[in-house]
Design a protein around this ligand. Structure first.
Ligand SMILES: *Cc1c(COP(=O)(O)O)cnc(C)c1O
Length: 398
């Protein structure tokens, strides 16, 4: 039977499709992703780290909510030369859209069902133990191919990676496996937010010292191997942490880890979150608003309903604690943020009307709202705020 509904209606924006560039009147809420800002940030970071150091753009979690394909292409244009993802699927999606640069999977692939496609799609796995190394060797041998791999060494993050004490031996094992090609050796810093407390300094320097002592033992063999250590925080903290490559996520999207503000590095936030006013109403004083009546009006009030909620990425823990921008003015959000909607108190802004565009994150004229403000309020981190915007919100690539 013919589907009468889709027959005559063109679909709303497809996620990550860069060709639209204008707001669909049917769209209640959306993300604007500034691909030129990503490209600019990649270029700024590349200049910052210098010619000899490679920039890996970390585009896991769908490019920190920005759309992995958009971010990957923009970052490569700006001077990144390889990509980092978390999962096999994320890597395959980038290959499917035609990207041919080196791609490293930062997560752990544990079985042949994952490692087979990893080889087929020319993605590089991260190896933390001989177990996975042997799986890779077997797969590659049976296909008469070489498997490019990176070894991860745990220097103090205590997550993935072979213990630094055992790393030398592990690397010897990898080198003895004839179908493996050791492309990289890396470690990961436990301090991402760049807190400058003595603890953070001490932990980072202990991690560096452990990594260095391994590298010293590898003299001679490490020359053809890409050594990498730093995330955004490490990259900005100390150029001695750069080695052959840095793996940059957060800074690529235009945000700096706290306490690591660099005057010399001009980064542009690439994301704006916008939604439209869907309803406006007047209510008398002492009216409970929304689920649980978390807000009760203390005067005759004018309210605006906006079509965006926690299912779109606006955390419920922000309820009643944020303002949004409308017509370049801050307007308070009131009551509990619902799955698909939130309410503004527009008593002081009676000119706001149905269809007006509200900016939840990003700039509106001279004003702006930073995701750091949201993470401070909700007790989260900027990374989580950005990744909170998943597929439900269409992305308008500018
Ligand atoms: C996510 C990730 C990064 C990027 O971290 P940022 O703090 O966003 O720069 C780098 N390396 C590894 C191993 C990661 O998992």
């Amino acid at each position: 039977m013919q589907n009468l509904f889709t027959a005559s209606i063109s679909p709303l924006w497809n996620n990550g499709q860069p060709d639209q560039g204008k707001i669909d009147p049917r769209q209640r809420a959306w993300l604007e992703v500034d691909s030129a800002a990503i490209q600019h940030n990649a270029r700024a970071l590349k200049t910052y780290i210098g010619k000899k150091c490679i920039l890996m753009a970390v585009v896991k979690a769908d490019g920190y909510g920005h759309g992995a394909k958009t971010v990957a292409s923009a970052a490569l244009k700006g001077g990144a030369s390889c990509l980092g993802v978390a999962t096999l699927q994320e890597g395959i999606e980038l290959r499917e859209c035609g990207l041919i640069c080196p791609i490293l999977i930062l997560g752990n692939l544990t079985n042949i069902e994952e490692l087979g496609p990893c080889l087929d799609w020319d993605l590089m796995p991260t190896l933390s133990s001989a177990r996975e190394a042997l799986l890779c060797q077997n797969i590659a041998e049976s296909r008469r191919r070489k498997f490019k791999v990176h070894v991860k060494v745990d220097t103090g993050m205590t997550r993935l990676g072979c213990d630094f004490i055992d790393a030398f031996e592990f690397i010897e094992v990898i080198k003895s496996l004839r179908n493996l090609v050791l492309k990289g050796i890396y470690s990961h810093l436990a301090l991402a937010d760049g807190d400058v407390s003595t603890d953070a300094e001490a932990i980072t320097s202990l991690q560096k010292q452990r990594f260095e002592s391994l590298l010293n033992n590898l003299q001679g063999t490490k020359d053809s191997i890409c050594i990498h250590f730093a995330n955004s925080s490490g990259t900005l903290r100390d150029s001695k942490l750069h080695y052959d490559m840095v793996r940059v996520g957060l800074a690529l999207y235009g945000y700096l880890p706290r306490f690591l503000h660099k005057e010399s590095l001009d980064l542009k936030p690439a994301m704006k979150v916008k939604a439209k006013v869907s309803f406006v109403r007047n209510v008398p004083t002492n009216t409970g608003v929304g689920y649980g009546h978390q807000f009760i009006t203390d005067k005759d009030s004018r309210l605006a309903v906006v079509g965006i909620g926690y299912a779109d990425g606006v955390s419920r823990s922000l309820s009643g604690r944020i303002s949004v921008l409308c017509q370049e003015k801050f307007v308070p959000q009131v009551g509990a943020i619902a799955m698909d909607q939130l309410v503004l108190d527009i008593s002081n802004h009676p000119e706001i009307k149905v269809g007006d565009v509200v900016t939840l994150l990003g700039e509106d004229g001279d004003q702006k709202i930073d995701p750091q403000q949201w993470s401070d309020i909700s007790g989260s981190i900027v990374w989580e705020v950005l990744c909170g915007f998943k597929n439900r919100l269409p992305r308008l690539v500018i």
